[in-house]
Ligand binder design. Structure first.
Ligand SMILES: Cc1ncc(COP(=O)(O)O)c(C=O)c1O
Length: 399
């Protein structure tokens, strides 16, 4: 079987070219030069662990977080590195100071791990959880705003919204939602796991109280690099999940809040130190830098999803204005599968084993279960790869 070629940019990645990798969305993929940089840092760490950890790590952390701050429009002292977005959401929920009987709001497209975090803390603290039902298929971004507004009650104190959803791959109108919720006195956590580098960000302008984002997805830094933003007026009440040395001894005079999150304990923090390098690598090695990368990826995503929906003879579930580098393709009505993060549907298995295609195939939603494939587009992908996916799906589903 002849597999379609990747784009020439594949030379920068370590991806196995015997697999048609259409799932950048799940865990990202890191360019080889950035992995080499991380290896160099690891060699420094292992050649003199104390020198690296005590003398060299903090300046590297700071340089990287400053670069990240200017990239996402955040004052770097309002940012801390986290291992992943899930940890960021947990950090906020464990710090939230709500009263018994208060209500928290999430939504029906929320990522499972983050929804579970809300449920866990709500159960523990006796808060009520409400869910904004976001329609899907969806006609326009205002439907998202309306769904949130409809779900607000006088007792709603906190809401978690997504910037770009995982299961449905759609971009929420975060500015509008944040404004509506804050006008009712509700604090907002934006789950922006997919947002950094995928869409242009200005966190200070957005003004949400809390924002979490992954760097290992679309910035393509090494795995285990994510960010938590906390607005300065909220920082006093937000503490690390794990207390450590810098609880009472500031890491630097002006870094009291941020410093508490530095060095939760012995670990490999080299992924954090490579975030700035990844931002620079893409800006400096691709014509037009990040702006052009975003445009190219989105253009290919729009073209690929249109072609795939035509091949499948199904409707597109969201308008172009809500699409970035991810898109769902409707396959068919289906039964609810057994639940599980690691559940692989027979169709996904067949695509992988017989066609060497890595693409997520899943069921959404519970009320009207339908089967979807979610494509992701990164620079290394080519249009031919999505055509090949379409042909494989047609063959399997006999369209
Ligand atoms: C919307 C959303 N939130 C949170 C996460 C969790 O990210 P991580 O596994 O890095 O914690 C994901 C991962 O895909 C996601 O899509």
């Amino acid at each position: 079987m002849k597999l379609p070629s990747y784009s020439p940019h594949i030379k920068h990645w370590a991806l196995d070219q015997e697999i048609v990798f259409l799932n950048h969305g799940s865990f990202g993929a890191t360019p080889k030069v950035i992995l080499e940089k991380q290896n160099q840092l690891r060699m420094c760490m292992e050649s003199e662990p104390v020198r690296f950890s005590i003398r060299e790590l903090y300046p590297l952390y700071q340089a990287s977080i400053e670069k990240l701050g200017s990239f996402i429009g955040a004052n770097s002292s309002n940012l801390v590195f986290m291992k992943n977005a899930t940890m960021g959401v947990n950090t906020i929920l464990h710090s939230l100071n709500l009263n018994e009987g208060d209500e928290v709001l999430m939504h029906s497209h929320a990522y499972g791990a983050c929804a579970n975090t809300i449920r866990w803390y709500a159960q523990k603290n006796k808060w009520k959880v409400n869910v904004a039902e976001i329609p899907y298929p969806i006609k326009n971004p205002d439907e998202v705003v309306e769904a949130f507004v409809k779900a607000i009650t006088p007792k709603t104190k906190f809401a978690m919204i997504d910037h770009i959803t995982s299961a449905t791959g759609i971009i929420f109108p975060v500015e509008k939602i944040v404004k509506e919720l804050q006008a009712k006195g509700i604090e907002v956590l934006v789950d922006g796991a997919h947002a950094p580098a995928h869409v242009e960000l200005n966190l200070e302008k957005l003004g949400a109280e809390y924002f979490v984002g992954n760097c290992h997805k679309w910035i393509c830094s090494p795995k285990g690099s994510a960010l938590l933003y906390v607005r300065p007026d909220k920082q006093k009440s937000i503490s690390p999940l794990q207390f450590s040395h810098y609880f009472d001894a500031p890491v630097a005079a002006d870094k009291n809040w941020q410093g508490q999150f530095f060095w939760p304990g012995t670990d490999d923090y080299t992924a954090y130190c490579c975030v700035g390098d990844a931002i620079d690598f893409f800006e400096n090695n691709f014509e037009g830098g990040w702006k052009e990368i975003r445009k190219q990826n989105r253009d290919l995503c729009l073209k690929a999803r249109k072609m795939l929906a035509e091949k499948m003879q199904t409707e597109l579930p969201a308008p172009e204005e809500m699409i970035g580098n991810l898109s769902n393709i409707l396959l068919r009505d289906t039964e609810l599968p057994p639940y599980g993060f690691n559940y692989i549907s027979p169709l996904q298995e067949q695509l992988f084993t017989h066609y060497k295609i890595e693409v997520p195939v899943f069921t959404f939603n519970r009320e009207q279960p339908r089967q979807w494939a979610r494509i992701a587009v990164q620079l290394y992908n080519s249009f031919e790869q999505y055509e090949y996916l379409g042909d494989a799906l047609k063959e399997i589903l006999k369209r």
